[in-house]
Design a protein around this ligand. Structure first.
Ligand code: GRF
Length: 213
């Protein structure tokens, strides 16, 4: 069985959905660990309640990115994942971790990359920038993580009509509902389908049907 480690910093709603989708068999994998940077992350509480092993590492406890990465790599080796799934993880993944898992780390971004991405563009900042730009659509992007921030090959995207949203919070809420549908499908695609990466394009041999749950 394919194994996943999830990284989450906060609320963990994507983590919970992914967990549910592994338990009901939609995602053919098992979550073998959670890594967080916050002791009090609700995601951690969920891991405790569901017997998912977890570890907390904060970059400020290390003198360099490389040292932080070495510790993450040790923990990852202990959990033994085939793939890493970032679900609302707010810290930068060190380059040595990214290099150890090429095309094996997925991230979800709550907008349509390459717009509204890059350093400092996370969480509420993304939705505020989207709102202020006055765009009528936002969306969800699932991509592979490379050492170039928010610029790895795109696995799946979904547009979200935000023409009727009156605030960044409303956009966030609407986009989040789509994230919960798209992330499990994207993970399933990567695990079940053969694909190749040509430049930045991820080319799947087959399309994955919509989740009927
Ligand atoms: C999501 O909007 C995700 O796209 C972004 O951070 C948020 C995390 O939400 N990277 P949750 O912790 O999964 O509820």
């Amino acid at each position: 069985m394919t194994t996943l480690v999830v990284f989450a910093s906060g609320r963990g709603s994507n983590f919970k959905v992914i967990h549910r989708k592994t338990m009901d068999g939609f995602i053919p994998a098992k979550i073998v660990g959670l890594i967080s940077d916050r002791e009090n992350a609700p995601a951690l509480e969920f891991a405790r309640q569901n017997d998912i092993p977890f570890a907390v590492h904060h970059p400020r406890d290390f003198s360099s990115e490389q040292e932080f990465g070495d510790t993450l790599l040790e923990t990852l080796e202990r959990f033994g994942p085939d793939f890493i799934v970032l679900a609302g993880y707010l810290k930068k993944i060190p380059d040595n971790v990214i290099r150890r898992y090429p095309l094996r780390i997925l991230n979800i971004h709550p907008a349509l990359l390459p717009s509204f991405g890059g350093k400092g563009m996370y969480g509420h900042y993304v939705h505020r920038a989207v709102f202020e730009a006055g765009v009528k659509v936002s969306g969800v992007t699932v991509h592979f993580v490379t050492t170039e921030y928010d610029a790895g090959p795109i696995v799946m995207q979904q547009c979200v009509d935000i023409a009727d949203c009156h605030s960044p919070d409303e956009i966030a809420q609407k986009v989040l509902r789509y994230e919960h549908a798209v992330y499990p499908r994207a993970i399933k695609s990567v695990l079940e389908n053969e694909f190749e990466v040509v430049g930045k394009r991820v080319i799947f041999k087959q399309r994955v049907p919509h989740d009927s749950h």
